[in-house]
Design a protein around this ligand. Structure first.
Ligand SMILES: Cc1ncc(COP(=O)(O)O)c(C=O)c1O
Length: 324
């Protein structure tokens, strides 16, 4: 339990929140469901605006709310990005929540969260940010970005293991909401063992459910602690330099880059168009190069311990496949 609290504290530090604004759950899907069930879609304001660049699981959670009265709208992408204008055109007085990925799992497109927050808050919508692909590699400041809800798991750039995820809920927002997905750890006094008392703990802890994932807490406390020690600002700057290399080198080799070419709109992941991506992933694995296939792209997703040579070696191996 102490390690889970330590991990919570490290995650809070990573995103400039306080530990009481963080709930520990088991997956980002759980985080989204927890938030969704705390919202009331029975009134006029029943719209959810989300994007086609979100991870499917998040879209599924929002679609499941249709049964509770929600209307779901998906914003498409245009040339690997979602223009800000799409948000101003679609978010309106009927929008209860806008759900966006900070960084897209598909091509590493990084959104301007602060600007999106401004647009959606002007219309009275909450902002939910899925930071699974950014936390640990891109600086996040939930206060400066004016985020209401943020969810992230640790098995990507936070270098942990699956089974633990964190949900940030802005304090004033948390205290207005009560989730329907709950359990004894969401109570004011879990160890009172009072079966008839459904009260809700202060701040984000009310979003917790059952016994937290303790072993995963050890890994998360260690890995997020290490990232905080190194500093995500330094990591982000280094990964930008690897991005610059990856884009230039892939283009030099005649490969098609599916990530935004503008570094201010791109995180660590460089996506390369490869029609038979799964086959390419397996061939590179044989060579000791670990990349991942997503539909028609191969993602080259380095972290602070990778070198420019390694990124170039992955691109050389893809170019050698001749799948253009
Ligand atoms: C951006 C993003 N969100 C959510 C998920 C899924 O999260 P979970 O399995 O914790 O529900 C992933 C997994 O790859 C992801 O990349």
């Amino acid at each position: 339990m102490d390690k889970v609290e330590e991990a919570k504290g490290q995650f809070a530090r990573l995103i400039n929140a306080s530990p009481e604004e963080i709930a520990v759950l088991s997956s980002v899907s759980d985080c989204a469901s927890s938030v969704a069930t705390a919202l009331d879609f029975s009134g006029e304001r029943n719209q959810i605006v989300t994007t086609e660049m979100d991870f499917p699981s998040i879209g599924h959670v929002w679609l499941a709310q249709q049964k509770r009265g929600a209307q779901v709208q998906f914003l498409p992408s245009a040339d690997s990005v979602i223009p800000l204008a799409y948000y101003s055109e679609s978010v309106n007085e009927q929008t209860l929540i806008t759900s966006i990925p900070h960084v897209s799992y598909y091509n590493g497109f990084k959104q301007d969260v602060k600007q999106i927050a401004q647009i959606v808050h002007k219309k009275g919508s909450y902002l939910f940010v899925d930071a699974y692909q950014s936390a640990g590699s891109v600086q996040i400041d939930v206060k400066a970005m004016d985020i209401d809800f943020l969810a992230a798991g640790v098995q990507k750039y936070m270098l942990g293991i699956p089974g633990i995820a964190f949900l940030y809920v802005r304090k004033e927002v948390a205290e207005k909401l009560t989730p329907v997905v709950t359990g004894w750890f969401g109570r004011v006094s879990p160890f009172a063992f009072d079966i008839k008392q459904l009260d809700f703990a202060q701040a984000a802890r009310r979003f917790e459910t059952g016994t937290p994932p303790m072993i995963n807490g050890y890994a998360a406390a260690a890995s997020i602690g290490m990232l905080n020690e190194i500093g995500v600002d330094r990591i982000e700057a280094y990964l930008q330099s690897l991005s610059r290399t990856a884009i230039a080198y892939a283009q030099e080799k005649g490969l098609r880059v599916m990530s935004p070419l503008d570094l201010s709109q791109k995180a660590a992941n460089t996506a390369i168009y490869i029609p038979q991506a799964s086959k390419a992933e397996a061939i590179l694995k044989e060579k000791g190069i670990l990349v991942s296939a997503r539909n028609d792209v191969i993602r080259i997703a380095p972290h602070f311990y990778n070198t420019e040579q390694e990124v170039k070696a992955a691109i050389d191996a893809l170019a050698a496949l001749g799948n253009r």
